[in-house]
Design a protein around this ligand. Sequence first.
Ligand SMILES: [Zn+2]
Length: 165
Amino acid sequence: MSVIDKAMEANSTYARNYDPSQGGPPAPKIVVVTCMDPRLSDLPAILGLPRADIDVIRTGGPAVTEDVLAEIVVSTRVLGSKEILLLNHTGCGFTTFTDAELNARLSASAGDASPAPMRFFSYKDPELNTREQIEKIRSHPWIAKDVPVRGVIFDVATGRLREVK
Ligand SMILES: [Zn+2]
């Protein structure tokens, strides 16, 4: 049985206990930009915040791309999020290759070099990466200057967050 088939089956149990009041419009208080890494999936527990308060944008790294900026704009300007948190982490898969290496590996293993090189937004240093992503958010004119943008690094060995100053 595939993972998706198992998930579809489990969903019928989930739906039986579902709170229908959640069907109203979303009202997030914070937007969290974080990595796709599964260890970061339990944000309500990691941050001690109600699920309904967190808009989550996930991309490898995390990398603040044009799409991510658009989602942050919607979360803060349309949906009402009041703060932005960039949540990076140790042990990220995106530090284990460079964009050039991975593009070369994929061209070779697929035997097809015709696609344009992909931007994977690989990086080496989580602290430096966090500062660079914060800068991308902070410098966008459509993200209001009175909305705080802060960055933290989640340590996958301890579960602790450390703020990047
Ligand atoms: Zn990661």
